[in-house]
Design a protein around this ligand. Structure first.
Ligand code: ZN
Length: 268
């Protein structure tokens, strides 16, 4: 599923392509992805001019002259800019634009296409933590202060810090040599600094490369993020840093790959 880097890439390309365009028609093929009745959704956004598109964690916030369209691809999906003659095989939502282009949105399972007067009052977007890449080192440290629980659970909690999921949580922890099950109060100052730096480097590195290679951008192209750790997520593949076989461990409801040599439960 797309996480912060892919959403930032979408927002950047959508900002470039869509600002100033008018939504002329809307077709909805999965009404349960909406938060208001389909008729009302179409009525309120048809005729709206797009003013801007911004990322917030795993959400895209599209501001229009008639309020906001908030998009979240859920467990995965695509947003494609194309035309009526080149529609993809699967889609849940089509927005026709006044220049003949269409914005086609697909959710593999289901996602959200929500209307909001004000994103700050939206039940999910309104309580998101800060966009992970907007945090200074001091702000990141401040978020961790007084927190209990494990570092991985914290990083995945969108209400604490927004944009990191199972893909982008593993490499920063590995780079900072922190075990995903480390209780937050046991992290040293140096470890927090290393983790913040690794998060910035990994997220920004992926954005610069156009996102993950298994996700498609607005033009249907794969991202070029080349992470030496990413393709070692099979048990027993050697750690790119020390050669120790990687191991899969359980971390709450999800699994994590770790290097038992680099990432230990003791603080350093
Ligand atoms: Zn290692």
């Amino acid at each position: 599923m797309p996480e912060l880097p892919e959403i930032v890439v979408f927002a950047r390309d959508m900002q470039k392509e869509l600002v100033g365009r008018i939504i002329t028609k809307i077709e909805v093929f999965q009404p349960k992805c909406l938060n208001i009745p389909e008729e009302e959704f179409r009525a309120v956004l048809s005729g709206a001019r797009i003013l801007g598109v911004a990322p917030h964690g795993k959400w895209l916030k599209m501001q229009t002259t008639r309020g906001w369209l908030l998009l979240n691809l859920g467990m995965g999906g695509e947003i494609l800019l194309t035309d009526r003659a080149h529609l993809p095989e699967k889609y849940r939502l089509i927005l026709d634009l006044d220049n003949g282009a269409v914005l086609v949105i697909n959710f593999w399972w289901f996602g959200y296409a929500h209307y909001a007067d004000d994103p700050a009052r939206h039940p999910m977007v309104g309580k998101l933590g800060p966009h992970a890449l907007d945090l200074s080192q001091e702000e990141f440290r401040g978020l961790l202060k007084g927190r209990r629980g494990t570092i991985k659970a914290f990083l995945l909690d969108q209400d604490r810090i927004a944009g990191i999921g199972n893909v982008y949580v593993q490499t920063p922890l590995w780079r900072a040599k922190i075990h995903p099950l480390r209780p937050i109060p046991t992290l040293s100052e140096a470890e927090i600094t290393a983790l913040w730096q690794a998060l910035c480097d990994v997220l920004q590195g992926s954005i610069d490369a156009g996102g993950a290679p298994f996700e498609l951008n607005l033009y249907g192209q794969k991202g070029g993020w080349d992470d030496p750790y990413l393709f070692h997520w099979e048990e027993a593949a050697p750690c790119p840093a020390c050669g120790t076989p990687l191991a899969k461990i359980r971390t709450g409801s999800t699994g994590s790959y770790i290097c038992p040599g680099c990432q230990t439960l003791e603080s350093r």
